[in-house]
Design a protein around this ligand. Sequence first.
Ligand code: NAI
Length: 473
Amino acid sequence: MLKICCIGAGYVGGPTMAIVAYKCPDIQVAVVDISSSRIAAWNSSSLPVFEPGLDDIVMSCRGRNLFFSTDVEKHVADADIIFVSVNTPTKRQGLGAGKAADLTYWESAARLIADVSTSDKIVVEKSTVPVKTAEAIERILTHNSNGVRFQILSNPEFLAEGTAINDLLHPDRVLIGGRSTPEGQAAVNTLVSVYAHWVPADRIISMGLWSAEISKLAANAFLAQRISSINAMSALCEATSADVTQVAYAVGKDSRVGHRFLNASVGYGGSCFQKDILNLVYICECNGLTEVANYWKQVVQLNDYQKSRFVKRIVSSMFNTVAQKKMAILGFAFKKDTGDTRETPAIDVCQGLLRDNAHLSIYDPQVTEEQIRHDLDMDNPDETHGRSKQINIVSDVYEATEGAHGVCIMTEWDEFKTLDYERIFKHMQHPSFIFDGRNVIDADRLRKIGFIVYSIGKPLDPWLRDLPAVPPS
Ligand code: NAI
């Protein structure tokens, strides 16, 4: 029986391996992690990752051919194929800080593989890594002098949180990069045979290692660029009374452009886009490609602009101050159907409002109070006696909006479309403002109720039209 071990039981490792086990009953899959709390959660009825459909898949194969364990060494030693799906965050200090990928976790996983292996292995890069990482990993692995041979493959993951199960079951493509040597191609074929259990052959693409590594960074850069492009248009639409939804529809109708990923919003979030583009920028700079680096940097800068523009719009609309005003924050996750808050625009918007001394009442159906307080730096002792008093985290949307001066929609949760807005209006301060950072509500209907509504990239409410878009700082 083929044995697979995945190092890293996070948002990628857990769901990806659950699908491999589900679709390949003839393969034994062990997911290992240094975090004992994460492994305990994977072994419990309350999984550490919220993804529609994930629970059923895990429950159907856990204990059969899917195992979660902290015994990293044993499962690595036993495996034929080792996926490495550890986190690769942006480096915080040292050379390349703020841009380069921090490969500390990757390197320690590679060293462990080298130390405990006694049989030949295929090592698969599942994490998103800089181009040429495989070469560095090869050097680390070959310090193992037991005569063990390793083949490195690049198999980047393209799942999107919130739709991970569907993305894994029906991927647009599976990329497998490997060496062109006979051993490299044999390793590629072994991995192809795993995916072939459920992915049609024409969707499994083999290529060179460096192309596969760079393809993942390129794909995320292109996706984020689309969002920044439509967000740039949203600012122009507001300034000219055009409607960004109509513009996106017209542009997307061109089959060369396509309609997906053209929704204007307060900005993209998630653990990947910003980190991967900054990594791409760094790689370009290291290769002397300043113009290329600057081109991609602008995608991130536009995203930052969109978030600060949103905060400025709120403040300028509410008589240039939100001090002591209650603001209801609806949604904190970076997108719907996930509890993930990494790089969520809600953090920047909340911090912007807190700096202006607003009081926040935050509601999200999936994010815990502990997580929100952590993200807003409220577990920092310096903040505990200050801003933490300005924040209230509630489990009921009507409690969040009761007595509020304004409502900010930060995540496109479906439930926000069907709230009882008459009830909300009745219990808010008047005039009552709604700032829709995701364009999910029916603005015309809410205006009829009496709200003053701001929707990203839409013609401004008459109330807002005459106000300066950017208050003096
Ligand atoms: P995560 O932070 O949720 O999970 C990583 C896990 O690796 C953690 O549980 C951590 O404890 C564990 N870990 C770190 N070092 C370890 C070691 N030496 N031994 C054992 N366990 C170790 O990260 P996530 O979101 O799953 O991302 C993993 C990689 O996949 C990253 O490179 C990311 O860029 C990439 N990716 C993420 C996607 C997403 O939507 N989250 C989508 C596609 C790729």
